[in-house]
Ligand binder design. Structure first.
Ligand code: ADP
Ligand code: MG
Length: 580
């Protein structure tokens, strides 16, 4: 390996970053890059991916190009790397925010050999004049951060990411590095194919965050539950993720009037406001941030003690990333998500109007969210399986750290049911999704069932003593335990795996957990009083609320707060400071 610094990676780590040890797989990755291998790095958020390209970039001759999708993140990264180094112009970025003069400066630093790391947005890499320029300079390697954006089967597909390979080929004959924090096996394969790096060295860290505790709650009285949780954990830092900007503001206000130091954060606020909120959170001037997903990227607070999802996210990738912001220091990290089938309907509505393929993929991702929320199995096991990792719920690290494992549901031998499902899938030539198979077995005649002659099957209504949900729950457990798989290209068609075939030939006992339905609930935020705000009769308060609701209905007015309007009709006041 040829480096220009005459230091070993470890020495360079100390010299450039001041760290004395590599984290996880960093050293192996860096050695592979220095040996000019194509590399694929899959590490959870906070795993230290940036250093995997920053360090070799500083060690090698020439400039490393880092493709990154987010302008805001680029600036952070460049500032961070400049903070580590005394050399002027060591890191730069090129994106649409730069003017001509700035771009000229960047190019001159590259030509002068000063710039070791250049962050570019994919659309800037695409520009002919840039390609032309890069062809004429020494490029050490190209790193593609957030590489899951390449795959349309992932949660954050960006079409401009799919054209990177041919552009890189025009620029230089150099190694490629892909990095991501979330990739299902399907997305991984897609990335490698698209980048033409099927024989890359793959470095995959475990996605298991053993210190995180996962819990799903039915969505009823969310406001009250959140306040109770925060009050019982006062002084701890936490993030509450909401789907809409409006909700972040409402919840923040609700928390404030209940004596909790909380602020909203969303992309509708201006940059200055947002960095103020971030700083306050980092400085512990505020305990809780109520945020849309715009919050969290690029902030690195190690002691976030809880992440609450007020609304269930649209994919398990988002869920994993967002919950991943809890407990980064290895300490306590409680992840609570509120789930209601109604929220799923809302998310489905967002998909309407998008191109059909995108809708189908969106639905597929949502199905996984539903399955995760409704499962009675170990949540960690479900999540890790989704990311292609087998994990033992009894002895694995982090066993017992979720609501289902702490309150195990009754189990029974479901081998007969499993056998029936497998046979039914096979009878229909593995062409259908779980919904169809379960409807056939439960004996539900929908137009889809009759179109494909499900009602004529010998399995039709064979399992009518149980409902479709019951059968779905068993399919889920078969999926996690590898008897069936979902074919992604056909948007989730069930296929029988070799293990499934072996089971059909020779059934074994198959213990399944009895699943319980998470009921239809409303999203009515009940308010609890400020601490020390005097004794308040909860029952009475509920009665008053009901009365108000009824009167409002009678008068056909929205149920508003009697607080002279200072809560803008959002009923966010406590008993002690409204109504009275
Ligand atoms: P990722 O991109 O995987 O989410 P980052 O590259 O942003 O993670 O790194 C997360 C944090 O870990 C950063 O604050 C970084 O400075 C720190 N870090 C990375 N490598 C090391 C190391 N070897 N020793 C100590 N801290 C490290
Ligand atoms: Mg990163």
């Amino acid at each position: 390996m040829q480096t220009v610094v005459g230091l070993s990676p470890k020495e360079a780590l100390k010299q450039f970053f001041g760290f004395s040890k590599f984290k996880g797989l960093q050293e192996d990755v860096i050695n592979a890059v220095l040996e000019r291998h194509d590399t694929f790095v899959i590490m959870p958020t906070g795993g230290g991916k940036s250093l995997c390209y920053q360090l070799p970039a500083l060690m090698l001759e020439g400039t490393a190009i880092v493709v990154s999708p987010l302008i805001a993140l680029m600036k952070n990264q460049v500032d961070a790397i400049r903070g580590f180094s005394e050399t002027d112009g060591i890191a730069h970025f090129i994106n649409s925010s730069l003017n001509k003069t700035e771009i000229t400066q960047v190019k001159s630093d590259i030509m002068g050999g000063k710039c070791k790391l250049l962050y570019v947005a994919p659309e800037s890499l695409n520009k002919d004049e840039n390609v032309e320029f890069f062809r004429g300079v020494k490029i050490s390697f190209v790193a593609i951060d957030e590489a899951h954006c390449i795959s349309e089967w992932g949660h954050d597909f960006r079409p401009e990411y799919r054209r990177l390979r041919p552009i890189i080929e025009q620029i230089a004959d150099c190694p490629i590095m892909a990095l991501t924090a979330t990739a299902t096996p399907k997305v991984q394969q897609d990335i490698q194919k698209n980048l033409g790096m099927l024989d890359a060295k793959v470095f995959k860290a475990s996605f298991n965050r053993a210190n995180l505790y996962y819990e799903i709650r039915a969505k009823a009285n969310v406001g009250k539950q959140i306040i109770q949780y925060i009050k019982a954990n006062s002084g701890k830092s936490g993030i509450i993720y909401c789907l809409s900007r409006k909700k972040t503001e409402e919840i923040a206000e609700l928390l404030q009037v209940n004596g909790i130091k909380a602020l909203p954060y969303h992309a509708g606020m201006d940059g200055g406001q947002r960095s103020k909120v971030q700083d306050k959170f980092l400085m512990q001037d505020v305990d809780v941030i109520c945020a849309t997903i715009a919050f969290g990227m690029g902030i690195d607070k190690p002691d976030v003690r809880f992440v609450i999802h007020h609304d269930i996210p649209k994919s398990l990738e988002s869920y994993y990333q967002e919950t991943g912001r809890a407990g980064r220091d290895g300490g306590e990290g409680v992840c609570i998500a509120f789930y209601s089938p109604k929220d799923i309907e809302k998310l489905e509505k967002f998909l309407q109007g998008k191109p059909v393929a995108e809708q189908e993929i969106g639905m597929l991702l949502l199905q996984e969210v539903i399955a995760y929320a409704e499962t009675s199995m170990s949540r960690r096991q479900y999540l890790l399986h989704y990311f292609g990792e087998e994990w033992d719920p009894v002895n694995g690290e982090g066993a017992g750290m979720d609501d289902n494992s702490r309150n195990p549901k009754e189990r029974f031998d479901g081998s007969e049911q499993v056998q029936m499902i497998l046979e039914c899938i096979s009878e229909f030539k593995e062409l259908h999704k779980a919904g169809f198979i379960c409807k056939v077995i439960a004996g539900i005649k929908t137009s889809e069932v009759t179109t494909y002659k499900g009602h004529l099957s010998k399995y039709f209504a064979e399992g009518k003593d149980s409902d479709e949900k019951f059968w779905n729950a068993i399919v889920r457990q078969m999926y996690v335990r590898g008897l069936v798989m979902k074919e992604i290209e056909t948007y989730g068609t069930l296929k029988i795996t070799p293990e499934g075939n072996a089971f059909m030939k020779k059934p074994q006992p198959f213990m399944v957990v009895k699943e319980e339905e998470i009921g239809e609930t409303d999203d009515d935020d009940l308010i609890i009083p400020k601490q020390g705000g005097g004794a308040v009769d909860e029952a009475l308060f509920t009665m008053l609320k009901d009365l108000r609701q009824r009167l409002a209905k009678e008068k056909k007015n929205p149920a508003i707060c009697y607080c002279a309007g200072s809560c803008h009709g959002r009923n966010v006041h406590t008993v002690s400071n409204h109504i009275g």
